[in-house]
Ligand binder design. Structure first.
Ligand code: ATP
Ligand code: MG
Length: 329
C-alpha cells in the first residue's frame, strides 16, 4: 500500500519552535511523499479547560500555520477534527478496546494531570489516546510524523490495531511513527530540563513572536557552566538544546554544528542561533499573514472536511459492521 501520512496538532495555544522543528519544518516534504491528512485536533484541545473564543481563534491560526509551513495542497487534506463526526463515533466504539491499565501508564496523562486535583481531571484527558488512535486508523494512515512525546500514543495505537485485527480480521491499517533525527524533543529555553510546550507558560519561543523578542529569548536562554559549545545532554542541557535548534533549522547534524562553533564563546554561539531562528521565522510569518489576511483557510477547511468525511466513513462502516452494529439503511 502507498504511504498515507496523518498528523495533528491541538489548538491549545501559540505554537512553539518545538512544534515547528518537531513536525512543521518537515511538512512540505512529508506531505509530498503520499496522500496526507492533516487535522486541527480541536476535540483534543477540550481535554484541558480553554476559553471558547480562544479555541476558535487558535484553530484559525493553526490552519494558517499549516498552510504557511508549506503543506502540499495538491496531496494533503486539511480539516478540523470536530467537523468530521466519524472521529467521535469511532471513539465510542474503540474506548472499549483500550484498557484503564494501559491508559494510566501514558506519560502525557501523568504529566498533564500531575498538578491537578482528581475531581478536576476530565475523563477526556485520560481517554485522549483512544481518540488519537481513532484519528489515525480512520484514514488508514501508515506514517505518523510526531515529536518524541507522542511516540507512546502511536505505540498504543499499534497495540489497538493488533488487538482489533486479531479479533475481527485484518481490518485496520498498522501505522508507524516517524520522528526527526535532530529535534524530536526541543526543550524550554528558560528551563532546559522540561519540554517546550505551547500550553506551558515557560513555552518560550512562539512562532508568531516578534523577531526582536525571539532574539532576546535566545540571547537570554539558560546555559550551563563552562564555556565550551559541546553537545552533552546531561551536563550541558541548555547548550545541547541550542545546538539541536541550530542543527535542525540549518538541516545539519549535531556534529557539524559542534564543529562550526568549536572555540566560540557562548555569546557568539547564541547570536548565530538567533540569526538562523529569526531568518526562518521571519519568512514563515510573512507566509502566515498572507494566508490569514486573505482568509484562504476558510475554503481549504471546508473542502478538507468534505474529503475527510468521505474518507473516514469507509473505515467507520467496516468497523461498525465488524463489531456487530446493525444497519437498516
Ligand atoms: P500542549 O502543551 O497543548 O500539549 P504541545 O506543544 O505539546 O502543546 P501538541 O499539540 O501536544 O503540542 O503536539 C503537536 C505536535 O508537536 C506533536 O507531534 C508533538 O509530538 C510535537 N511536539 C510538541 N512539543 C514538541 C517539542 N518540544 N519538540 C518537538 N516536537 C514537539
Ligand atoms: Mg503536547
Amino acid at each position: 500500500m502507498a504511504e498515507r501520512i496523518l498528523t495533528g496538532i491541538k489548538p491549545t495555544g501559540q505554537l512553539t519552535l518545538g512544534n515547528y522543528i518537531g513536525v512543521l519544518k518537515n511538512l512540505k516534504e512529508t506531505t509530498s511523499r503520499g496522500e496526507s491528512f492533516i487535522f486541527i485536533a480541536d476535540l483534543h484541545a477540550l481535554t484541558l479547560p480553554i476559553e471558547p473564543e480562544v479555541l476558535r481563534q487558535n484553530s484559525i491560526n493553526l490552519a494558517c500555520i499549516y498552510l504557511a509551513a508549506g503543506m502540499n495542497r495538491e496531496k494533503a487534506v486539511l480539516f478540523l477534527q470536530s467537523e468530521v463526526s466519524a472521529h467521535a463515533e469511532l471513539n465510542a466504539i474503540m474506548q472499549n478496546y483500550l484498557y484503564m491499565g494501559e491508559l494510566s501508564r501514558m506519560t502525557q496523562f501523568k504529566d498533564k494531570s500531575a498538578k491537578m486535583k482528581e475531581n478536576a481531571i476530565g475523563l477526556g484527558l485520560f481517554a485522549y489516546p483512544v481518540l488519537m488512535a481513532c484519528d489515525i486508523v480512520l484514514y488508514n494512515a501508515t506514517t505518523i510524523p510526531v515529536g518524541e512525546d507522542q511516540i507512546q500514543h502511536v505505540e498504543l495505537t499499534r497495540d489497538l490495531v493488533k488487538r482489533f485485527n486479531n479479533r475481527y480480521g485484518d481490518l485496520l491499517q498498522m501505522p508507524k511513527y516517524e520522528v526527526r533525527k535532530v529535534g524530536a524533543r526541543i526543550m524550554s529555553l528558560s528551563d532546559p530540563t522540561v519540554k517546550m510546550s505551547k500550553s506551558d507558560p515557560k513555552g518560550d519561543i512562539f512562532l508568531l513572536d516578534d523577531l526582536a523578542v525571539v532574539r532576546k529569548k535566545i540571547m537570554s536562554a539558560v546555559t550551563d557552566m563552562g564555556c565550551e559549545v559541546k553537545y552533552d545532554e546531561e551536563n550541558k542541557p541548555g547548550i545541547s538544546n541550542l545546538l539541536t535548534i541550530y542543527a535542525a533549522l540549518k538541516g545539519v547534524s549535531i556534529e557539524e554544528a559542534e564543529k562550526t562553533f568549536e572555540g566560540s564563546r557562548y555569546g557568539d554561539f547564541k547570536k548565530a542561533v538567533a540569526d538562523v531562528a529569526c531568518e526562518e521565522l521571519g519568512a514563515f510569518q510573512e507566509r502566515y499573514h498572507y494566508f490569514l489576511d486573505n482568509k484562504i483557510y476558510e475554503e481549504v477547511l471546508r473542502e478538507g472536511a468534505k474529503k475527510a468525511n468521505e474518507e473516514s466513513q469507509k473505515v467507520l462502516k467496516k468497523v461498525k459492521q465488524a463489531v456487530g452494529l446493525l444497519t437498516v439503511n
